[in-house]
Write a protein that binds this ligand. Structure first.
Ligand SMILES: Cc1ncc(COP(=O)(O)O)c(C=O)c1O
Length: 496
């Protein structure tokens, strides 16, 4: 049955009490959730479109969209492109209550007990996939421009001269000289206020986000999350059972007032203030202060993910949020995945002093510590001045590639897309005209050997306008130019 043919379902699925104190979107959310959990709406069953629900219930589309977005955020519903919205095939509650060998069936599971509550939540998440190394893949640095010879020399020196000292177990918070080098770097380059012992070295930013979620968020706690936003960070908060509330953006970044309307209180807010991922807006100074003020009032933690602020082509970056905070509530997350290479799996969280012990213990419980030789080589790379030099070289290279992409877009695509803020970062956002489906264009492009990410794939609810995320850091100007011509032809086709 097509999802649009079950429009008579809402009155029985959803009962509204217009005069009640509970807001209408919450009533819709509660009814649908109850229907799902009780099995009246089975896993995989279609759910009426938000438009249809709104008509049937005589409420605004925003109201039904908010309820559905929340259910998606919590993993009860999923959207399948061009098919509609469906009850998720694997629900946390269903897994918990299913008899062993139930839902996922199969002879091999017949003797297994069900997953734990947390395990079921994690299993229901979808990990990000890596895409092919062709334009316009984004988020990967120019690996062919990395000084591999130098890295190999530094590694070999460490193995020859200090292998014994680095071969055993060492401190869970990281190799001390690396923690100092990171502290010095973020103080000078990003305005972070910290001492080296506040630096917890992690396996990429992702482990930092995972530790933050596990240590600071209880099941059911509300987390404000940028909409659209970074799916892997959202997954870390969902994994611990947070109620992740999508907070829209405006041209100053995360819209604090809209957030407060959706959830007055929250335990934590996740943001990418230097350059919002994936839209690219930089949070204004006024908005930073507003966010910190709200966090102080709500007694919430703030997670600042500063993943690619090194690549700014126009002006100096604004100092980070952490440096503006005087109440010890900002956790600053950084990574070497963008400045060096993602396979290194080294990042860091800079935590308030009174959280250092908890993070150090959590790191030890997770995996003791990151590989010591790599940490030592990275410390040598930074202390030897190579890190700063590499960033300067990449900034020049990326700026040239960005300029080539912008020029080709102007020449071949013209006003069919509107380029967002291109002053910084490793990718651009091309806004599509209202009504155009970014997912359809991304699919068509993929079939033609062009990788574009649809902006809507970073969101849990509907967005006012679609867009295409275009990476440029890995590709030489002629390659970008050829790919833009192909993209232009695809846009022509898609617009009919
Ligand atoms: C917003 C954001 N944060 C953090 C990261 C870095 O992740 P990791 O350090 O785990 O590779 C990325 C990488 O894509 C990102 O886009």
């Amino acid at each position: 049955m097509s999802p649009r043919t079950i429009s008579s379902a809402p009155p029985t699925l959803v009962r509204l009490e217009p005069g009640a104190r509970t807001p209408l979107h919450r009533q819709i959310y509660d009814s649908l959730r109850e229907a799902i959990v009780s099995g009246r709406l089975a896993p995989g069953a279609p759910v009426p479109a938000t438009r249809v629900l709104a008509q049937e219930l005589r409420v605004s589309r925003n109201t039904t969209a908010a309820a559905v977005a929340q259910l998606r955020a919590e993993g009860y519903l999923e959207v399948r492109p061009r098919s509609g919205t469906f009850v998720s095939p694997l629900l946390p509650e269903a897994v918990l209550t299913a008899p062993a060998g139930g839902r996922r069936g199969g002879a091999t599971r017949a003797h297994h007990p069900a997953l734990a509550r947390t395990g079921a939540r994690i299993a229901a998440l979808r990990p990000s996939t890596t895409s092919a190394a062709r334009p316009f893949r984004f988020g990967v640095p120019a690996l062919d421009a990395f000084p591999w010879e130098l890295w190999a020399r530094l590694t070999s020196r460490r193995l020859r001269h200090s292998a014994a000292g680095l071969a055993g177990y060492s401190g869970p918070a990281g190799y001390a000289p690396l923690r100092s080098a990171i502290a010095q770097y973020v103080r000078a380059a990003r305005g972070v206020v910290c001492e080296p012992d506040q630096v917890i070295v992690t396996s990429g930013a992702q482990q930092g986000l995972d530790l933050v979620a596990r240590l600071l968020v209880d099941p059911g706690d509300t987390v404000w999350f940028e909409e659209p936003g970074y799916p892997s960070a959202r997954a870390a908060f969902r994994a611990v059972g947070a109620a992740v509330v999508p907070v829209p953006l405006d041209d100053e970044g995360l819209d604090v007032r809209a957030g407060a309307r959706r959830a007055r209180q929250a335990r934590l807010v996740y943001a990418t203030p230097s350059r919002q991922y994936p839209v690219g807006v930089t949070m204004s100074a006024a908005r930073r202060l507003e966010l910190l003020q709200w966090a102080r009032r709500a007694n919430a933690w703030v997670v600042e993910d500063d993943y690619d602020s090194e690549f700014r082509y126009v002006s100096r970056p604004l100092a980070c949020l952490q440096g503006l905070d005087d109440s010890g509530r900002v956790l600053y997350v950084g990574t070497f995945s963008k400045t060096l290479f993602p396979g290194l799996r080294l990042g860091y969280v800079i935590v308030p002093a009174d959280l250092v012990d908890a993070f150090t213990t959590a790191r030890a419980v997770a995996d003791w510590h990151s590989a010591s030789v790599e940490q030592a080589v990275l410390a040598d790379f930074i202390e030897g001045g190579h890190f700063a030099r590499h960033i300067r070289r990449m900034r020049v290279l990326y700026q040239a590639r960005r300029d080539a992409l912008l020029a080709a877009l102007r020449e071949f695509v013209g006003d069919r897309i509107e380029v967002g803020d291109a002053a910084a970062g490793m990718q651009l956002l091309g806004w599509l005209p209202g009504g155009a489906s970014d997912r359809r264009i991304a699919e068509l492009a993929h079939a033609e050997g062009v990788e574009v990410a649809a902006l809507s794939s970073f969101a849990v609810g509907p967005l006012p306008r679609g867009g295409l995320v275009l990476g440029f850091t890995e590709f030489a100007p002629p390659v970008l130019r050829t790919a833009v011509r192909r993209l232009a032809a695809i846009l022509d086709r898609a617009h009919g």
